[in-house]
Structures are given as C-alpha cells and as structure tokens.
Design a protein around this ligand. Structure first.
Ligand code: AMP
Length: 302
C-alpha cells in the first residue's frame, strides 16, 4: 500500500514571468505535489482531467512511479490557469481560472486508497478537499493548502475543512488574508485557533516559518541566482514536506523540521525552470546535496 495520497488540481497552465512565457504546459497543485513527493515515497493522485489532456503528461507522472489510478478522465476540458508575475516573483497574479472538469468532479475513493496514512489536500475547491478527507479512514497526518481564490470565494467551506486537518501550508499573503491580521506571527496564532496544530507559512524568497504549540522554526530560501518561474513552488514545497514525513512514517518535531528543509529544497529546484521541467531532470543526489547546502546556510558555530 502506498504511503501518501493527494487530491488537487491537474492543470494546463499559461504563465508569463519577466523571463519568458509558456502556454498550456503541465501544471496543477496535485501535479507539482506528487512529482516532488515521488522523490521520497509512493504517491497516489486523486484528480480529474479532460479528454484533451496530453498523454505525454500522464507518462511523465507514471515514469516517476506516481499512482494515477485515482486520476479520472472526464468528458470536457482540463482545468486551466493563466497567471502572471512581475519582478516581485513572490506574488502571482491570476488572469484566468477555468475549473472545467473540476466543476462537478465527485471522486469515489477505492478502499485501498482510503487507508493511506498520509493525506495532502492540495489547492482545489474546499468542498472537494472535505469530500476526500471524509472518505479517508483515520489518516495519521492530514495537511491542507489553499489560495486567495478559495479564501475569497468559498470561505465557509474552507473553514469547515480547516477545522479537521492537522497542518495548514499557506503563503504569507494568504495567511494574512485568511484571518485578516497583518502581523504574520499573530496571523499564524489565529490560524491555530481554527483547527490545525501546525501552520507552515511559505514566504517565497524569504523562506518559510513553522508555528506549532508555542514553537517556531525558520528556514531561509536557497540563494538562487536564476529564478525563472515560481509557479508550483508552494506545491513542490508541500510535496517535499509530506513526502519526507510519509517516508519516515513518524510525525515528531525533528522529522517535521527536516521535512521543512526538504520542502524548501524541492521548491528551490522547481523555480529554476518553467512547468515541471527542472524537476523532470532532477536526481536524488542533487536533492541530498542541496539539503546539505541548506544545513550549511544556517550553521552558526564553525
Ligand atoms: P503554487 O504556485 O504552488 O501556489 O501553485 C500553482 C499551481 O496551482 C498552478 O500550476 C495552477 O494550475 C494551480 N492553481 C491555480 N489556481 C488554482 C485554483 N484556484 N485551484 C486549484 N489549483 C489552482
């Protein structure tokens, strides 16, 4: 049985950054997540695509051992997202979101999938996240990601699913927006009152901070000179984070801290190219080298 399940979007993205432009390339929260997590453990993907979804994208996921039995092909068009970044790469501007086949997707999880111990609810409609969560049989750890689109549009449903998960991963803008609190530390504390025991706030080029049980943990972002496209960084972060935890099978403080560093490692590779291009030519040895690089970055006593 696989260790880690994910529900989220599988998309065709059109993205413009100051460094280039791509049209209808492979993207989606569950795609980046499962590809990044596959470096650590087996992942089972729950999502839907339309009958226009290119076969080669499916092949890419299968080649990394991602279990796609929960990926349904529905009649209609695949989810599409159009986004843009200015020189401040920390903030994506959504130009268009077309839910398409996700608009009435009702996943029915096979019983083997329901027993998966680790579950990630990647960015998608909160009703769908809750539907999948409710079908699971007592997972060991559940984590959730979301974005401004759902915080604004589906707040009630989002609060319902948030009340039932262990970990929330969001970026700083979304954390502030969720609880209407400008101070990030206060915002994290407010989020903890909504349900999760742990909040991980991703801060783009400023790294990530975890707040849990009165504990704080900070990780910087890897100092990269070439960042081409930040799309998927948050999902790849979550993939490294959950993938590492699922591979260890335990959820203690030490494991969670290392998982945050592995999350940062996977995010740092993702932004080096468009779509999943950098991840597709990544090796485990490079992952481990960059993990060691992170430790060196924050070492105080020589
Ligand atoms: P990230 O940059 O990690 O926050 O996520 C980027 C991915 O999220 C893109 O590949 C998009 O296809 C996907 N995405 C954008 N908007 C949404 C949305 N409203 N629901 C689900 N996925 C989305």
């Amino acid at each position: 049985m696989a260790d880690l399940a994910v529900v989220g979007s599988v998309a065709l993205d059109s993205v413009t950054t100051p460094f280039g432009k791509v049209r209808e390339v492979l993207g989606g929260s569950a795609t980046y997540f499962s590809y990044a997590a596959s470096f650590f453990t087996t992942v089972r993907l729950v999502a839907t695509v339309g009958d226009d979804f290119p076969e080669e994208h499916l092949r890419l996921l299968k080649e990394r051992g991602v279990d796609v039995t929960g990926l349904q092909t529905s009649r209609g068009r695949t989810f599409r997202w159009v986004g843009e970044y200015g020189f401040d790469l920390n903030e994506a501007r959504t130009i268009d979101t077309q839910l398409n086949v996700f608009a009435d997707f009702k996943p029915l999880l096979p019983s083997s999938l329901k027993k998966t111990p680790f579950l990630f609810l990647a960015n998608i409609a909160p009703e769908l996240q809750l539907d999948v969560l409710r079908q699971m049989e007592r997972p060991q750890l559940t984590a959730l990601d979301t974005m401004n689109f759902w915080i604004q549009g589906r707040r009630e449903a989002l609060l319902r699913v948030l009340a039932e998960v262990d970990v929330l991963l969001v970026n700083d803008g979304e954390a502030r927006q969720l609880v209407k609190e400008p101070n990030l530390i206060k915002a994290a504390r407010e989020i903890l009152k909504l349900g999760p025991r742990t909040v991980v706030v991703k801060r783009g080029e400023y790294g990530a901070v975890m707040v849990s049980n009165g504990q704080f943990f900070f990780v910087p972002a890897y100092p990269l000179e070439s960042v081409f496209d930040p799309t998927g960084a948050g999902d790849a972060f979550a993939g490294g984070f959950m993938g590492y935890i699922a591979a260890q099978g335990v959820v203690d403080q030490a494991t969670v801290r290392r998982a945050i560093v592995y999350g940062s490692v996977m995010a740092s590779f993702t932004v080096e190219d468009f779509s999943l291009n950098r991840l597709a030519r990544l090796s485990t040895a490079e992952v481990e080298r960059r993990y060691a690089g992170f430790q060196e970055l924050v070492r105080v006593d020589l």
